[in-house]
Design a binder for this molecule. Sequence first.
Ligand code: 6GU
Length: 328
Amino acid sequence: MRIDIITIFPDYFGPLEVSLIGKAAQRGDITFRVHDLRTWARDAHHSVDDAPYGGGPGMVMKPEPWGEALDAVLTAAGPARLVVPSPSGLPFTQRMAAEYAREPRLIFACGRYEGIDARVVEDARVRMPVDEVSIGDYVLAGGEPAVLVMTEAIGRLLPGVIGNARSAADDSFGGGGGPMAGLIEGPVYTRPRVWRGREVPPVLLSGDHAAIARWRRDCALRTTAANRPDLAARLAAGQAVTDTAARGEGAARGAGAARGAGAARGAGAAEGEGALDARDRELLFEAGLRRCGTLKAAAPHRLTQQGRAWGLAALAEETEAALLQACA
Ligand code: 6GU
């Protein structure tokens, strides 16, 4: 895979030479090309920004350097998908990471200041697929750290990069369709068996693989219910949680990453995912998420009352909100 990055801070991408991604680049599994946007700035000061039309704070990135940069980079190595990091973009998910990992070529265009003149993306769309993508609900000063985040998520999914192909499928949000699909991961342990008086849970030393799998699922359910009531509610409602599970491979290839993700969100769970057994329900009940699988009949306000009685007001409110959303 080839990844081109256009930025006014090429030095920001030193970390791409380090760790798993750095090794993949050394082997030639990923080729990175980092381009300085100022190369395409024509005036004496190499300026890339200007005041916004209509007034307002900050500066906007000028269209001319971006237009020329994208033309040049696109010409240099053939067709590509353009990814523009932006806090107003579609949320970046594990599913998008997997789709991007199947692209032969990606171009990332890092904006700074208040963003890039909107005509740049309009113009680019005529020549290539373009996604505007956000990595979370907070504002960064520029797209550069978001590109480091996305390239790490994408790069570790490339064949041969992670070593153990199974571990990517079993990741939190991995959508591997395995027994842990739709759950976030629980705790892990290694030697020594006792450390500072704390023992590794004995079941992990038992050699009983079924018992170990059940214990891991218990932990994952508790962690999911505690930290991600939104995911737990979707699991309980039998909806797809990892948006990978709901779609056919073929459909996803055809649709743009963004549109595919949106469609999958509305779909029901695929075979296997979201199927809760009696023990799962018991655990979710214990965790405060009641009436699993019959959410339409649930009374979220009662859950909130119970949560308050237990001194868990904030979690109960959150769970209620997630339940109401799942019912909607
Ligand atoms: Cl992709 N860019 C910027 N500037 N801020 C962000 C973001 C991206 N994702 C979340 N916040």
